[in-house]
Design a protein around this ligand. Structure first.
Ligand SMILES: [Zn+2]
Ligand SMILES: [Zn+2]
Length: 89
C-alpha cells in the first residue's frame, strides 16, 4: 500500500494502485484553489550498502583451462577457495 496525500486540500488516499494514476485522478478533482499539491513523504533512508568484504585470503592454484591446438597447456591462476580468477597465465 502507498499513501498519497494532497497538501492543498488535505486529501489522503491509501492505495495499491499506481500512484501516478491515483494522483492524476485527484488533480482533476481537487477542490483546492490553485490546484493539488502533492505531499511527498520523507523517504525512508536507503539501506547503507556496505562495501564488499573480501574475507577470502585467496589460496591460489594453477588450473589448466585449455590445451591449444599445438598441445600447449594453458593455465589460469584461480583461488581454490572462492573460485575467483586472480591472474591469467
Ligand atoms: Zn487536493
Ligand atoms: Zn579467494
Amino acid at each position: 500500500m502507498i499513501e498519497i496525500s494532497c497538501e492543498a486540500c488535505g486529501w489522503l488516499a491509501l492505495t495499491n494502485q499506481p500512484a501516478h494514476h491515483v494522483w492524476a485522478e485527484h488533480v482533476a478533482g481537487c477542490p483546492a484553489v490553485g490546484g493539488a499539491v502533492r505531499h511527498i513523504p520523507d523517504l525512508p533512508p536507503l539501506p547503507q550498502r556496505l562495501p564488499e568484504i573480501h574475507a577470502c585470503k585467496h589460496r591460489l592454484v594453477r588450473r589448466q583451462i585449455a590445451v591449444t591446438a599445438a598441445g600447449i597447456k594453458r593455465y589460469a591462476v584461480v583461488c581454490e577457495l572462492c573460485g575467483r580468477r586472480v591472474d591469467a597465465a
